[in-house]
Design a protein around this ligand. Structure first.
Ligand SMILES: Nc1ncnc2c1ncn2[C@@H]1O[C@H](COP(=O)(O)OP(=O)(O)OP(=O)(O)O)[C@@H](O)[C@H]1O
Ligand SMILES: [Mg+2]
Length: 243
């Protein structure tokens, strides 16, 4: 996955959520870290084509993510998303949560969609839960079903925004393990996380976003082992203290 972000800004009124973000990355798994409010979710939404920059340019795998609604829609359909929580439709079973977008967004026949969905549920150890509603699943199972739904159409890039932050430690571990398996199988991923150990283990490239800018980026060994920016040193010293 090749990503070029050049002087990206995203303003909300007078607030610059992104404030001249520039990043050049060629990596399978890009992990975004940084303080709350720094701009990780805003940047992920731009990368997924869910939102548009106020100024600057963003190109991923040769596609310019500009203002054209049709090309943004096409880009969204090529990728998969999972957010912190509320990923599943609450009134649909786990199986139907996966088959519905396959049919309505990706044009699969009901039989093909069910076949793909059942294979994904099985891959993620959820075959026994296919007919349950989200409320009948644990938080970890819900996130795994959300991942199954995101993966089912074969996304070019999987965008994950703090996928484990609403989970307890045991469920966090099971979801992180699954993400690591997907990464090991070659799935391209951009994810934001506050789990520093996981970031270090799964990332090909780590970028620290604060104040709407990239303050540091590199391979995990460099960013975590020899952080250059004073801000990164302070941030890591704080968040790694109890890790
Ligand atoms: N829809 C919005 N309207 C107004 N301000 C917003 C909106 N979305 C984000 N912001 C602001 O933009 C800034 C960046 O927010 P963002 O959600 O990208 O941070 P983050 O790094 O994802 O934080 P966290 O780690 O807490 O998820 C914050 O100051 C936030 O309050
Ligand atoms: Mg966020």
């Amino acid at each position: 996955m090749k990503l070029h972000a050049n002087s990206l800004t995203r303003a909300y009124g007078t607030l610059q959520a992104l404030d001249g973000l520039t990043l050049e990355v060629d990596a399978g798994v890009l992990v975004l870290i940084g303080p709350s409010g720094g701009g990780k979710s805003t940047f992920l939404r731009l990368c997924g084509g869910l939102d548009q920059a106020t100024s600057g340019s963003l190109q991923i795998n040769g596609t310019w993510l500009g203002e054209d609604p049709a090309s943004l829609l096409a880009w969204r359909r090529r990728n998969g998303f999972l957010f912190q929580q509320f990923n599943l439709f609450p009134h649909l079973t786990a199986l139907r949560n996966i088959t519905l977008p396959l049919e309505k967004v990706h044009g699969k026949s009901p039989a093909a969609a069910e076949d793909m969905a059942r294979r994904c549920l099985e891959r993620f150890g959820l075959q026994a839960h296919a007919d349950k509603l989200p409320a009948q699943l644990s938080g970890g199972q819900q996130q795994r079903a959300g991942l199954a739904r995101a993966i089912a159409p074969g996304p070019e890039i999987l965008l994950l925004d703090e996928p484990t932050s609403a989970l307890d430690p045991e469920m966090t571990a099971e979801v992180l393990e699954l993400i690591q398996e997907l990464a090991a199988a070659g799935q391209h991923i951009i994810l934001s996380t506050h789990e520093m150990g996981f970031a270090r283990a799964v990332a090909d490239r780590v970028a620290l976003i604060a104040g709407g800018k990239i303050l540091e980026s590199g391979v995990p060994g460099e960013v975590f082992g020899r952080p250059q920016a004073a801000f990164t040193q302070r941030f890591l010293a704080k968040v790694m203290r109890f890790a």
